[in-house]
Write a protein that binds this ligand. Structure first.
Ligand code: FES
Length: 635
């Protein structure tokens, strides 16, 4: 028998199915509860507070006796035994975020991209008007032959023209409806041209398309006018798949469970439809005017979008079902566009270097530049590209989710309530905090963690091994329930009624994450016989990058100790690449060539990587000489 659960603070009520957990019931109705492990009971992030009613809960090491006494339960391990009222505390909520990055230099780059394509737009499909001569007894070829002849007169090779049955079925009436005036939509693939749509009259002056970035954390949609090439508007939201797990591995595991793959596919497609719907409504554009969508995402997100089993991505030797995809019908994946609309996916390279990275290389221009560029995208995974106009190598390091909040006691994503900046007075050890949204803090996000660890290190609160100096006589440095810790905010200053701390295990997790990323850079350089001194520029992509304090990132040894002028924040290059590919055939060809050219290096089997990783598990690094500016700071 199902029960009703009322969720506070919003007061929304959902009906549960027999035996369904609170997490599942909430997710089915679009109520978000953080669920890093996707409901496996291992992350302890889905805490809720039972206010009324009875429920059955599995025991969990994530709950202390005090928590249980206060009604705290893990939503994924708790099933109602009566109607319930449940509070979702601030730490378990997906809070409104002002930090879904659409890009720091995006406006500027969009203008440049637009300039590069202007007058040469060549979207995935071509649409143009034909005025055909009507048939007569002297000119009695079939309608399809007449159309082919019209296309031939427009410069196409009639022999290569194809059409599907649905197009041929409507051809006869459409051609006669407006006196043999028709608009055709063509899809060019290799040497063939397929007529994918035929409409009466001249409809070629209005057409729209969508560029979509499907990130593990957030989804961004651009609505583009295909006649002018301009971005009309954009919309973004957190990827609703997050409730099935925060990182790609958890989602792959979720996809392999009963009904998991179709649930994940529906979640992301529904979200894209919803965002597109909002944009179309806002601009008074009918969905039937959208004829193309380009998606850019990592390999797992792309598999899930198309409903392809991603299981093999996670099994050695880590093989995706497809890294690049043919142009497909948008309706076949459930996108609510024009019936005949198509979807093109940015081509990827390997299981952990996907279309989003190809987009990044395309958007940064790295593939056309002389000298040596390093491109990094730090998100739930760390992807690295190194190279230039002659060669490109790439790798992915499973950095772990620390910078997204995973494995850090008060860690959270960059959203309202997150501490994003930290400065520590070395004399008093008192911090000054900047919180996203300006409210009292509820946790700390990646940029805040980097600042905090950098400042703690400089202030002597932690040593080079990340150990807290418990001999310091200061109330902010103490032994907590998880070991030594530093208090960032006292309970009365926070939005959660508890002290927000950074514990020694948190510091260790963050050091492991930064170590894996730095080791990735170092290994890639070593594999091709270069050093950091040879790197001419470093592009930092992804939402995280924009808020990163480069000096602090160097102090902790996340980024190499190079002059600040060599670093450039690019913002969301995944959406940028999709936009470029939407406008221009040349950029689509470049993207295909980039994916083909990039040599993927598997770090998990690299001996160099393990050595570099171990060396990078210090602040800033075992070899302090690699960080001369930090060495100088430390005296
Ligand atoms: Fe419940 Fe992870 S413990 S989602």
């Amino acid at each position: 028998m199902g029960y009703r659960i009322t969720f506070l603070p919003d007061g929304r009520t959902v009906e549960t199915a027999e035996g369904e957990t609170i997490l599942r019931a909430a997710g089915r109705d679009g109520i978000h509860i953080n669920a890093t492990c996707g409901g496996k009971g291992t992350c302890g992030r889905c805490r809720v507070i039972l206010k009324e009613g009875k429920a059955v809960s599995a025991d969990s090491p994530h709950l202390a006796d005090k928590d249980r006494a206060e009604g705290v339960r893990l939503a994924c391990q708790t099933t109602p035994a009566s109607d319930l009222t449940v509070e979702i505390p601030a730490t378990s909520q997906m809070r409104k975020g002002s930090k879904i990055a659409t890009g720091s230099r995006l406006e500027e780059m969009l203008a440049a991209a637009y300039g590069a394509c202007q007058g040469k737009f060549r979207p995935v499909t071509l649409k143009f008007h034909l005025q055909l001569p009507p048939p007569s007894l002297d000119d009695n070829i079939s309608d399809f032959e007449r159309l082919k002849r019209g296309l031939e007169n427009s410069g196409y090779n009639a022999v290569s023209v194809r059409a599907g049955l649905s197009t041929i079925r409507k051809m006869g009436s459409v051609m006669r409806e407006k006196g043999w005036s028709v608009t055709v939509t063509l899809l060019e693939e290799g040497n063939t041209i397929e007529v994918i749509d035929i409409e009466p009259g001249d409809t070629s002056a209005t057409r729209y398309a969508a560029a979509v970035d499907i990130g593990t954390t957030s989804v961004v949609v651009y609505l583009v006018d295909l006649i002018t090439g301009k971005v009309l508007d954009h919309a973004s939201a957190y990827n609703t798949q997050v409730r099935c797990g925060e990182d790609v591995i958890t989602r792959i595991v979720y996809a392999t469970e009963q009904g998991g793959l179709s649930e994940l596919q529906q979640l992301v497609v529904s979200l894209v439809n919803e965002l597109l719907g909002k944009l179309c409504d806002k601009h008074g554009i009918g969905r039937e005017l959208l004829d193309t969508a380009i998606i850019s995402g990592n390999t797992t997100m792309t598999h899930l979008f198309f409903g392809i089993d991603p299981a093999y991505i996670r099994e050695e030797p880590y093989i995706p079902t497809a890294a690049s995809f043919p142009v497909l019908g948008a309706s076949s994946v459930g996108l609510h566009l024009k019936d005949t609309a198509v979807v093109y996916a940015m081509p990827g390279v390997a299981s952990y270097v996907g279309g989003d990275i190809t987009s990044g290389v395309l958007a940064s221009g790295l593939y056309k530049q002389p000298g040596l560029s390093l491109f990094i995208d730090i998100g739930t995974n760390g992807e690295i590209v190194l190279g230039g106009e002659d060669w490109i190598v790439t790798a992915a390091c499973s950095a772990g989710p620390a910078f997204e909040g995973g494995g850090v006691k008060f860690g959270m994503r960059a959203m309202d309530g997150a501490i994003e900046r930290v400065a520590i007075d070395p004399a008093t050890l008192a911090p000054s905090l900047t919180v996203i949204g300006g409210s009292n803090p509820v946790g700390i996000c990646g940029s805040g963690m980097i600042d905090a660890i950098g400042e703690m290190f400089l202030a002597g609160i932690i040593d080079r091994r990340g150990k807290v100096n418990t001999t310091l006589d200061n109330p902010r440095v103490r032994i907590g329930e998880n070991g030594p810790e530093y208090v960032l905010a006292w309970a009365e200053e926070t939005g959660i009624g508890a002290d927000i701390t950074l514990t020694e295990p948190d510091v260790n997790n963050i050091v492991r994450t930064k170590g894996a990323i730095y080791a990735g850079f170092a290994t890639l350089l070593k594999e091709v016989g270069f050093t950091f001194a040879d790197v001419d520029r470093i592009y930092i992509a992804g939402g995280f990058g924009h808020y990163l304090n480069i000096e602090r990132a160097v102090i902790i040894g996340l980024l190499p100790d190079l002059p600040v002028e060599k670093f450039e924040f690019l913002g969301n290059t995944s959406i940028m690449g999709a936009y470029l590919a939407l406008l221009s055939k040349k950029f689509r060809e470049d993207a295909e060539a980039i994916a083909h050219r990039m040599t993927y290096i598997e770090l998990s089997v690299s001996r160099n990587f393990m050595d570099e990783y171990v060396s990078a598990l210090f602040l800033p690094h075992t070899h302090i000489d690699e960080f001369p500016s930090v060495k100088k700071l430390l005296g």
